[in-house]
Design a protein around this ligand. Structure first.
Ligand SMILES: NC(=O)c1ccc[n+]([C@@H]2O[C@H](COP(=O)([O-])OP(=O)(O)OC[C@H]3O[C@@H](n4cnc5c(N)ncnc54)[C@H](OP(=O)(O)O)[C@@H]3O)[C@@H](O)[C@H]2O)c1
Length: 258
């Protein structure tokens, strides 16, 4: 009898968690903070380093922060797109930010050796970084059996190893200062299995694990290492996916985030 009750309880919990996660399109912790957490207004004057700021979620995050006068480091590979985002941020800030308050750092984040140099550049410019938003990433679509190992490695370099390496560089700075935050854009695919996206799902599960571990290690400090899921239109799927073969990149039409 005891085990039957335990089984029913476990089943109900798992089902509710699964349904609520699907309905909220993000993890429940993020859903809670979005509804009841503090406003980004309190971040005014802080320095936020965003990776993958040239489009999509990273670009939109920059706009939300710029509106509240947050100083920004915008990084990605496409310098022209970053400059466009910078101009938009200055407009959106309505006088709170000027040219020197937004630093553009063009970088390929899979060039791990360059992380320290770029992060130091940001610290040299602003004197500090308060928050790192690990957003740069790519999706992937393929039948599991057919995925080439090179694609798995490429996805993990970008979605996992680049994130943890840059985060470790940031942590050195945060540890010295005694404060700092790291955010990671994960995915529903980091919590449940997504079909035809094996490498992507694996990479997002990996990042959840890495940051859960960091979160427990840092619980006593001010640092936090939460992997949060992006909250996007459910119909909007990543526009640039890795196909099953290395180098084949599918480009979809760009849409806006709300
Ligand atoms: N869209 C969704 O529905 C969805 C759902 C769940 C999770 N996510 C996650 O959200 C994050 C952002 O995705 P998105 O949908 O906004 O896609 P996106 O518009 O394609 O943005 C990806 C960003 O990452 C940058 N990037 C890609 N490869 C890079 C590299 N090697 N070095 C540096 N930057 C690189 C891109 O800039 P450059 O090309 O200029 O380098 C771009 O700014 C990803 O981590 C993704 O997994 C998205």
């Amino acid at each position: 009898m005891f085990f039957a009750i335990l089984g029913v309880g476990f089943f109900t919990y798992t089902l509710s968690y699964f349904i609520l996660t699907l309905l909220s399109d993000c993890d429940l912790q993020l859903f809670f903070y979005e509804k009841f957490g503090k406003s980004p207004r309190r971040l005014k004057g802080q320095v936020v380093f965003i990776t993958g700021a040239s489009s999509g979620i990273g670009e939109h995050t920059a706009y939300v922060l710029a509106k509240h006068g947050v100083k920004l480091v915008l990084s990605a590979r496409r310098n022209d797109e970053l400059q466009r985002v910078k101009r938009n941020c200055i407009d959106i800030s309505e006088g709170q930010l000027e040219d020197k308050d937004i630093l553009v750092i063009p970088m390929d984040i899979t060039d791990f050796e360059s992380h320290r140099k770029h992060f130091r550049h940001a610290i040299g410019h602003f004197g500090r970084v308060d928050i790192l938003v690990n957003n740069a990433g790519r999706s992937q679509r393929a039948i599991w059996d057919n995925i080439e190992l090179a694609v798995d490695k490429q996805l993990f370099d970008l979605n996992v190893f680049a994130v943890i390496n840059l985060s470790r560089v940031a942590l050195e700075h945060f540890n010295k200062r005694g404060s700092g935050h790291i955010a990671v854009v994960s995915s529903l695919a980091g919590v449940i299995g997504a079909p035809f996206s094996g490498s992507y799902t694996g990479s997002k599960h990996a990042i959840q694990g890495y940051f859960k571990s960091l979160d427990i290690e840092k619980k006593q400090n001010k640092h936090s290492g939460n992997a949060v899921m992006s909250r996007t239109d459910i119909y909007e799927f990543s526009r640039r996916k890795l196909h099953r073969k290395r180098g084949t990149e599918i480009r979809h039409i760009c849409t806006t985030y709300g």
